[in-house]
Design a protein around this ligand. Structure first.
Ligand code: ATR
Length: 298
């Protein structure tokens, strides 16, 4: 973003149902400023009934592109002219590019998640097993990466079992070597699955601001120090789920780095600029700082 908005300033943004605490505007406006682009990134909070009109409005108002977030990542695909291949397989988009009067849908969540794990050299996915809480759009991106990287077994626990069942069926066709099992949230076998898992991943919105005391795990569940507990939520930085895992001695990761990596990929799709490692490091650092500060003022 340049210091002054003028008649030629391009518009980007994020559409979602609960985005008052989204850090995407901060990340993108920092990048736009860093690269001196005459664009600005806004947030558009909408309801489900407004989704079709909001997406159609991108064309009407000549908006360059938007991120799409909870709970519209799957539904938004219906209103897009062309969906990129990985996003189509995942069944969810989080980025829309408006170009030559057409809307293109992409999924950069999976790239963000993959990069956040692969940058940590000590983490091995091949041959391991995971418990995934949730079966929404974000879960689809995460499960896609785990399967791509050769995970052996994934147990999905979700409130709506049908949604997990759809993932199981669709992904079996792409990744026949990965054993995907599905269970209703709160199923008794959760403890056993966690005991045998290497990764425990929360993709649900339970624990996200403002419902910071919610946790996808029942209180009596026991975690262990061999687990890698990953919560896609980045605000608060340490959810009740991550605190529980930390207490058990597990390695914990929050959604901050994934957020930054998916943002730089969306930024690239809109601007064709690949942010360098230096600015990415700075963004991750600023994000942690900002997160800590806003938690103190909550
Ligand atoms: P995202 O794109 O972030 O995945 P989503 O598609 O709305 O968002 O998915 C949210 C996930 O959180 C889903 O797994 C949802 O469970 P359902 O499939 O049953 O809707 C889960 N979730 C949200 N609120 C929940 C709650 N109160 N209890 C249990 N699960 C919840």
């Amino acid at each position: 973003m340049k210091t002054e908005i003028n008649g030629e300033t391009g518009i980007m943004g994020i559409i979602g149902g609960n985005i008052k605490k989204s850090l995407s505007p901060f990340l993108h406006n920092t990048l736009l400023k860093h690269y001196s682009l005459n664009d600005c990134y806004f947030s558009f909070q909408i309801s489900a009934v407004q989704l079709p009109a909001a997406i159609e409005g991108l064309k009407t108002l000549n908006i360059k592109g938007v991120n799409v977030t909870v709970p519209f990542k799957e539904k938004a695909m219906e209103f897009i002219d062309k969906v990129e291949e990985s996003a189509l397989k995942i069944g969810a988009i989080n980025t829309i590019v408006h170009k030559d009067k057409l809307l293109y849908g992409y999924n950069t969540d999976f790239i963000g998640f993959k990069r956040s794990l692969l940058e940590k050299k000590e983490i091995e996915i091949k041959g391991k097993s995971a418990v995934v809480m949730g079966a929404g759009g974000a879960a689809r991106a995460i499960i896609y990466v785990l399967c791509q990287e050769g995970i052996k077994e994934i147990s999905i626990f979700n409130r709506t079992l049908d949604k997990a069942g759809k993932i199981e069926k669709e992904y079996h066709a792409f990744f026949p070597d990965c054993l995907i099992r599905i269970f209703p949230m709160g199923d008794r076998c959760l403890q056993d699955k966690i005991n045998r898992a290497d990764f425990l991943i929360n993709t649900t919105s339970l624990g996200f601001y403002p419902n910071i005391d919610l946790n996808p795990l029942p209180e009596n569940i026991l975690l262990n120090q061999h687990l890698i507990a990953y919560d896609l939520i980045y605000f608060p930085a340490k959810t009740s789920f991550l605190r529980q895992a930390e207490k058990a001695g597990a390695k914990i990761i929050n959604g901050g780095e994934m957020l930054v990596y998916q943002a730089v990929e969306s930024f690239y799709l809109w601007t064709r600029i690949r942010p360098d490692k230096e600015i990415i490091r700075e963004l991750i650092h600023k994000l942690h700082e900002k997160n800590n500060n806003s938690q103190k003022t909550e």
